[in-house]
Design a binder for this molecule. Structure first.
Ligand SMILES: Cc1cc2nc3c(=O)[nH]c(=O)nc-3n(C[C@H](O)[C@H](O)[C@H](O)COP(=O)(O)OP(=O)(O)OC[C@H]3O[C@@H](n4cnc5c(N)ncnc54)[C@H](O)[C@@H]3O)c2cc1C
Ligand code: FES
Ligand code: FES
Length: 1332
């Protein structure tokens, strides 16, 4: 047999019960693109391509003939090479259920529990839940929540998804909070006692079909036969550039390895895959050893467990879990420690495919297993041709140990994990930017063995990950401490030695050096406490144990299934007909299609004949002149059709960011684009375009640099009221300070997408775009092509999340695609990769707020002078408007008699920042709340007192002289105080803090006023078009875009009420410039308000026309009236129009009515922090919101919760990082962490304020899309409260002004103690930490 193999084998596998025989399987092809492009199964989505988001989750089933067992596991299709699927069965969301066959209970419940908003994450969610249920039909809540750790959702805030999950769990999920005689189950009755009739039911579980495991697709018998009967032989697959070899015996593998020493062994592809995709690594040959029995062995030996290197991490987890239950505790300490790391390593989808050997061998700095396996004396069995050896893993990381490298021809066969011994203690620690599914910042494995019956160290091992480029060993420290007693002196010495020995190199990416150093000593301290406590448990007479107040730090935070309750006013109108859907929690109009994968997004549109794929080439310099562009290599790539540049733009060149097309002004600026016959070819070619630059000065990246260079967009804005300078003269106290607020990436799950299809006549073009603003797309494309707008038809069915990021940015991308389509005469598809999307499109503006606040000793704030600087990036975009809006909304809920505020939009060389949910309010109001807490600190009063005292009162005006009625603000505040039991919980938190030194709780309650309005009338005009067909069915359209906020659902509710027909008779097809021209953007929370008015208007026109017919035959049916109307030649089509709100703002005078009404709210959040690591847990959040009369409480509560969780991301975890040259480092979910299921509060309640009316909104409702985001800052202030408590205890009384996001790093560094001090000085004593 030739080692390269002869002809390629047929790849045989099943997809959704159908056999697939692929004769030309390409090893470079991942399952995701195969499903989507080859099999046209588009339910499985692309969200990141790197295993980090779960949008592409599928279920893989394999049959193991020896055990006769079928294994079902979830996996990320984006990292799964199709060649790895030989003999496997793949189930995608389409195979689970569909509207054409049967909607599966998982799909049904996810949709009916309102678990989908934009729906882009929903198929992935379905697959994770479905796979769990295939293995455990009645899972525990813990299993459920673990199954979802690898799935991100940017819209829902996860609560409704978990509600759907809970319906499958056997155990009752009750808060068990009976202390005050009440629990979550009692709450409903308790609430019903009140005057207003309220409801807590957003869905009815009675309608759900039962889960019947016998209905599931069976494992294909043919694959079983294949596995049992066919002799196993080496398989070869040859692709365009790559060969895949899959041997079946160790002997063959060794031969292959000799023949291809550089070929990686590919098992899960979770290490090699991302390297090939994102870091330009290429392997012409890969060897897949997963079918070799020796590498899959699971053996229980005398002294431990031997696990094959190809065992998946999930298998390892299961084996260890079983072993822990079988062996005595003394023997399983290593197993427990390894398991501890495995629980949070990656998501379930990653653990299901990633191999033990892969994790060990790739020796990444961030490996969670290597430090603990090395510390525990695990042994590696290695083989190569003619050689076998066993080495301790620790040798690999220990300097000075001879023969300690694994040679390229060596294969890791298995890992032996030993039993722990008597007198041995083993622990593993990790701290990551997010508790689950995030690579660690730093981790550690530690083991100590004592001389028998003593606390004298006989053997000590300490290994760290994340500190250097690979796992490192504190070898000298360990030797120095051998023979020492386990006591405080040893601890002191150990920390000192560790800091000296473990060098953490600083790096260009600003790699948290101090934080890592603090963690490495903090981890050792934690180990010290753990061991001390265990010694005490063993022998309380000899070993004193640790003080009570230190004990809680021995427990890590665990993710629990949250308890949640949603309360809204039911039956607002006493005589409302049961058919009238307004005010009722109606499921999203596309809910079922989201969860079955039938909902069509841009990249799901079937390919057009001859279609081309476009990839963009972007600038790698922040400010430079382009000297040359060499496309020669790119043009040689197979399938390349053309290169598109500025010269191809027929008319207005919106292609470039600056007037001079040869100048680039940010990294990520589009320079040119490649069109090719496939996505892969266009990307390969784009990577080969060579651009030479001449760097220009200055390069301005930060706000500080912009201020230095006086680089601003005009106009600058200012508002002033009262006499600020005079007021400062009369106040008791003044504080001054500043706060920095980082930017935020939209991270909509569907990346920017366009399909431009030239129609072939009259220069017409259909442009399908994922946008919030089709009219703008039409305008941009028409301007670029030099054709009238009436030739460009822009279509939007739905958008997979937008949050402001698909307003102006999508116009540029649509123009690029349209120019390419115009030049080539072919349809052009442009789907940005996640990395390109994050690089190119900008996000929320970073802010600096500088404030001076004057106040009286009793807490009354008299004067404020505040300046906001926002980083606008390289083009104006909406930055000046964002700056202006931040001024108008900065007062939040407070009346400041003398106020002066300024806003500057800085012009820098970053990609242009743009609109983002909240539009400046989340930043400027955070600055306000920061100085509010500063005033509290200074006066010694509580922040809530300061807030309450300065809150707007009756008959007051804003700082731009707009009147407001704060009655509902005060109601929200009072209700929130009551519902959250704020004062008693504050007392309990403070009690807890007294009893716990290393864990602190914090609680904060904050009010919110969110003004609604777009500033001028024309921006809020809207139109609708309603057709009634002769069969009585109604086709509705309007100018609003469905991006998850449920606008079409609400519009159908409106039409249903107005026409008095069931919702089922009304259909919404798409938003298009052909049906509703010149529609304003769906932005600023205004979509429902303005389009609702237009839909109502159209329906009323139609009803007026029908009225004479109805009057004549009042008992007739709808169909009879329509038939009659048609016969009487009554037009059954009508447009509706809303002129917009009368809003205005005179910036010269500093006054106006820029807003139509105000939303109000209040929320209380409680958190707990771990002062040693900076980790935190969101314990509880209670939100009360005034949103008028909700049209759809399920949708509105979903908006509040989703925005709140997005706000948690903004204020506590999402960090964008740039190189000093302005290159964005954080270009995917692996580097940029948005909240996951582990981040939502353990108890989560949302109440809609009852009896609230809004005379300006449709049916008295209020626009709710944006307001909730600010609520996330309550977690920020709760964290601040917790940190402050720690600081006070440690004698640090100075006011503490955290920047945003308040990450684990900031928390840890701010909870200053001897460890942080030690890091700063790299020397210090820790004894005081022990003696309190
Ligand atoms: C989204 C995501 C999240 C992740 N999160 C974490 C995390 O939190 N913590 C963590 O520790 N890791 C994490 N990882 C990394 C992951 O655990 C490792 O990449 C994985 O264990 C590697 O296994 P694999 O089978 O996928 O390796 P592959 O990519 O298939 O191969 C990895 C490398 O190891 C070599 N190799 C594999 N097996 C052998 C063998 N038997 N003998 C010799 N060489 C071998 C290969 O030659 C190859 O170079 C994450 C990865 C992803 C994609
Ligand atoms: S697309 Fe596969 S995990 Fe994100
Ligand atoms: S519904 Fe989850 S990402 Fe939109």
């Amino acid at each position: 047999m030739s080692l390269r193999g002869g002809a390629a084998d047929d790849l045989i596998f099943y997809v959704n019960g159908r056999k697939v025989i692929e004769k030309n399987a390409d090893p470079e092809q991942m399952l995701l693109s195969y499903l989507r492009r080859r099999l046209h199964l588009t339910g499985t989505k692309y969200g990141c391509g790197g295993g980090g988001c779960g949008a592409c989750t599928v279920m893989i089933s394999t049959y193991e003939p020896a055990s006769k067992k079928i294994r079902h596991y979830s996996a990320n299709a984006c990292l799964l090479p199709i060649c790895s699927l030989y003999g496997a069965a793949v189930t995608t969301v389409e195979g689970v259920g569909s509207t054409k066959t049967r909607v599966h209970p998982v799909q049904e419940r996810l949709a009916k529990c309102h678990g989908s908003q934009c729906g882009f994450c929903s198929p992935g969610m379905v697959m994770s839940i479905y796979t769990l249920l295939r293995n455990y039909p009645e899972p525990t809540p813990e299993q459920m929540i673990t199954a979802l750790a690898g799935n991100l959702c940017r819209c829902t805030g996860y609560r409704p998804i978990l509600d759907a999950c809970k319906t499958f769990c056997k155990e009752s999920i009750c808060c068990q909070r009976k202390a005050n005689g009440k629990c979550c189950c009692d709450q409903e009755n308790y609430l019903f006692d009140k005057e207003e009739k309220v409801s807590t039911r957003l869905f009815s579980a009675d309608e759900f079909q039962p889960l019947d495991p016998t209905q599931e697709l069976i494992f294909p018998p043919e694959l079983m036969r294949m596995a049992e009967n066919q002799p196993k032989r080496t398989l070869f697959f040859h692709g365009e550039r790559m060969t895949w070899i899959s041997p079946v015996s160790l002997d063959e593998l060794l031969d292959m390895k000799v023949a291809h020493p550089k070929a990686p062994l590919l098992v899960g592809n979770t290490s090699v895959g991302p390297e090939m995709k994102f870091r330009g690594v290429f392997h012409p040959v890969v060897i897949a050893p997963a079918r070799i029995p020796d590498l899959n062995v699971v053996k229980c030996t005398e002294d431990g467990l031997t696990l094959g290197a190809a065992c998946s991490l999930s298998v390892v987890k299961d084996v260890l879990t079983n072993a822990i239950s079988e062996f005595p505790e003394e023997k399983t300490k290593v197993f427990c420690a390894v398991l501890q790391q495995l629980r949070t390593l990656g998501g379930e989808q990653i653990r299901n495919v990633a191999s033990l050997g892969g994790n060990v061998i790739s020796r990444k700095s961030a490996s969670d297993l290597n430090p603990i396996l090395a510390a525990s004396n695990c042994m590696l069995s290695l083989v190569s041709r003619g050689k076998k050896r066993q080495i301790p893993l620790s040798d690999i990381f220990a300097e000075g140990v001879g023969n300690n490298t694994i040679t390229p021809e060596e294969i890791l066969v298995s890992v032996h994990i030993p039993h722990s011994k008597k007198g041995e203690y083993v622990c593993a620690f990790r701290q990551a930017p997010r508790r689950e599914n995030a690579l660690p910042i730093t981790n550690a494995g530690m083991r100590v063995l004592f001389e028998e019956g003593t606390d004298i160290i006989k053997d000590l091992s300490i290994f760290y990950g994340g500190a250097a480029s690979t796992t490192v060993c504190a070898k000298q420290t360990c030797s120095a401490l051998t023979g020492r007693h386990w006591n405080e002196q040893m601890l002191d010495e150990a920390c000192r030695l560790i800091l000296k020995e473990i060098a953490i190199p600083g790096s260009a990416s600003g790699e948290k050096v101090d934080y890592k150093k603090t963690l490495i000593v903090s981890f050792f301290y934690r180990f010290f406490l753990e061991v001390l406590q265990s010694l005490n448990t063993m022998d309380p007479c000899h070993y004193p144990g640790i003080p009570m107040e230190y004990r809680s730090v021995l427990q890590d935070f665990k993710t629990k299934m949250p308890q949640s309750i949603q309360i809204y006013q039911a039956d607002i109108e006493p005589n409302q007909s049961p058919q009238d859907p307004v005010g009722r929690p109606i499921m999203h109009q596309s809910g079922i299609k989201h969860v079955t994968g039938e909902a069509v997004y841009i990249d799901d549109l079937p390919s057009v004949d001859g279609e081309l794929f476009l990839a963009v080439v972007t600038s790698s310099r922040a400010h430079a002149k382009i000297v040359s562009i060499d496309t020669s290599e790119a043009l040689k790539v197979p399938g390349v059709f053309d290169i598109i540049s500025a010269n191809d733009v027929p008319a207005t060149n919106e292609f470039y960011y600056s007037d001079d097309p040869e100048i680039v002004i940010c990294v990520g600026q589009i320079v040119c684009a490649v069109v090719a016959d496939s996505d892969v070819h266009s990307k390969q070619a784009a990577a080969k375009v060579k651009i030479e630059y001449e760097v220009l000065e200055p390069v301005i990246l930060t706000i500080e640099e912009a201020i230095k260079h006086n680089s601003f967009f005009e106009p600058k804005r200012k508002l002033e009221q009262g006499n600020v300078d005079q007021a400062f003269e009369t106040v008791d106290n003044i504080i001054e300070g500043e706060i920095h607020i980082g930017g935020q990436e939209h991270f909509y799950m569907e990346t920017q997408s366009v399909l431009a299809v030239p129609k072939g006549e009259d220069k017409e073009m259909d442009v399908y775009v994922s946008t919030q603003h089709p009219a703008f797309i039409q305008e941009m494309v028409a301007a670029s092509l030099g054709v009238p707008a009436n030739r460009i038809m822009c279509h939007v069915k739905r958008v997979g999340g937008a949050f402001g990021g698909k307003l102006l940015k999508s116009g540029l991308l649509a123009s690029v695609a349209a120019v390419a389509a115009n030049k080539t005469g072919k349809a052009v598809r442009l789907i940005l990769s996640r990395g390109d999307d994050m690089l190119i499109t900008g996000g929320r503006h970073p802010f600096i707020g500088k404030y001076k606040v004057g106040f009286m000793n009793d807490g009354r704030i008299r004067a404020v002078d505040v300046k906001y600087y926002i980083n606008g990036g390289c083009t104006p975009d909406e930055s000046v408007l964002v700056a202006a809006v931040s001024l108008l909304k900065m007062d939040n809920a407070y009346k400041i008699p003398h106020l002066r505020c300024w806003a500057y939009a800085c012009k820098t060389n970053l990609p242009s920042n743009t609109a983002f949910r909240g539009f400046g309010f989340p930043q400027s109001a955070l600055v306000t709340e920061t100085w509010i807490t500063g005033v509290a600190d200074k006066t010694g009063l509580s922040p809530e007192k300061i807030r309450e005292m300065n809150m707007y009162k009756e008959n007051e005006q804003t700082h731009f002289k707009q009147k407001l009625d704060p009655q509902n603000l005060i109601r929200c505040w009072n209700e929130c105080m009551e519902k959250s039991a704020y004062y008693s919980r504050k007392t309990a938190a403070s009690q807890f803090n007294k009893q716990n030194y290393w864990r602190k709780k914090g609680i904060a309650i904050v009010p919110m006023k969110f003004p609604f309005g777009l500033g001028s009338r024309y921006l809020s005009q809207a139109a609708a078009l309603v057709h009634i067909y002769t069969d009585g069915s109604v086709l509705l359209t309007h100018g609003g875009i469905e991006m998850g906020q449920g606008i079409h659902t609400k519009m159908i509710q409106v039409a249903s009420r107005e026409l008095n027909i069931p919702m089922s008779r009304i259909h919404f097809c798409e938003t298009s410039t052909t049906t509703v021209p010149n529609a304003c953007a769906s932005a600023g929370s205004a979509g429902t308000d303005v389009n609702g008015m237009a839909v109502k208007d159209a329906c009323q026109t139609l009803l007026n026309r029908l009225q004479p017919i109805i009057n004549k035959n009042p008992k007739g049916t709808w169909n009879e009236w329509i038939k009659e109307a048609f016969e009487q030649s009554v037009s059954l089509s009508a447009t509706g129009y809303f002129r917009g709100y009368n809003e205005n703002m005179d910036w010269e005078k500093g006054e106006g009515q820029p807003f139509t009404y105000f939303l109000y709210g209040a929320a209380c959040s409680e958190v707990e922090i771990n002062c040693l690591t900076g980790d935190h847990k969101n314990l509880r959040t209670d939100i009360v919101m005034d949103i008028g009369c909700s049209i759809n409480p399920a949708v509105d509560i979903g908006q509040i919760e989703g925005a709140f969780v997005q706000g948690i991301g903004l204020y506590t975890m999402e960090e964008l990082k740039y190189s000093p040259e302005g290159v964005l480092y954080t270009r995917g979910p692996d580097q940029y962490k948005i909240p996951a299921v582990c981040d939502i509060p353990e108890q989560f309640s949302v109440s809609l304020l009852s009896s609230s009316q809004n005379p300006y909104g449709i049916y008295a409702s209020k626009g709710i899309g944006e307001a909730g985001l600010f609520l996330g800052c309550f977690v920020f202030f709760a964290l601040r409260d917790a940190v402050r408590s720690a600081r006070n205890e440690r004698g640090l009384k100075t006011s503490f002004v955290p920047n945003s996001p308040l990450t684990a790093e900031q928390i840890r560094i701010s909870c200053a103690d001897d460890f942080t001090e030690m890091v700063i000085e790299s020397w210090g004593r820790v004894c005081s930490v022990m003696s309190g």
